[in-house]
Design a protein around this ligand. Structure first.
Ligand SMILES: [Zn+2]
Length: 151
């Protein structure tokens, strides 16, 4: 395990059951690793905002083949290692997390409350180096994409 910050390892951002099952090599190139390091540092701030609750990352970096396999958007920030999907059960529900992050000072690029069937998670993306974070807040579920947080 390669720790990249106090509470996050590189593997947490790159491991994928789907990739393993499909035989996809999801190893990031150095530029993506640099982004994942920035994302991990950002996550440390998020973790503090969540009362130091552990963040469980379900998806971080996705190489193009993996992103296609999971039906990710073709311009997904996951492709650049700039976004991760997570829950933090010790803090609360994904909606609790989204509301807490939205109200915080955190300069995220995109915060998305995502629901697909019974799965609910938080998508959090940071802006590329030198790019102004949009602080965009969205909900994506069976009704489509909406601005703001909707249950
Ligand atoms: Zn995502």
């Amino acid at each position: 395990m390669t720790a990249i910050t106090e509470h996050f390892t590189l593997e947490e951002f790159t491991r994928s059951d789907k990739a393993r099952i499909l035989g996809i090599d999801n190893t990031p190139v150095p530029a993506v690793v640099a982004n994942l390091r920035r994302l991990a540092r950002f996550n440390e701030l998020v973790r503090l905002e969540l009362g130091s609750a552990a963040m469980v990352i379900s998806s971080g970096y996705r190489c193009p083949a993996l992103n296609r396999a999971v039906g990710g958007a073709s311009n997904s920030a996951h492709l650049d290692g700039l976004a991760n999907d997570f829950t933090a059960p010790a803090f609360g529900t994904p909606m609790d997390i989204c509301q807490k992050i939205e109200k915080s000072y955190l300069q995220f690029d995109q915060l998305i409350y995502e629901r697909a069937g019974s799965a609910i998670w938080v998508h959090l993306g940071i802006a590329a180096e030198g790019v102004k974070p949009r602080r965009q807040v969205l909900t994506i579920d069976s009704k489509g994409t909406r601005v703001g947080l909707w249950n």
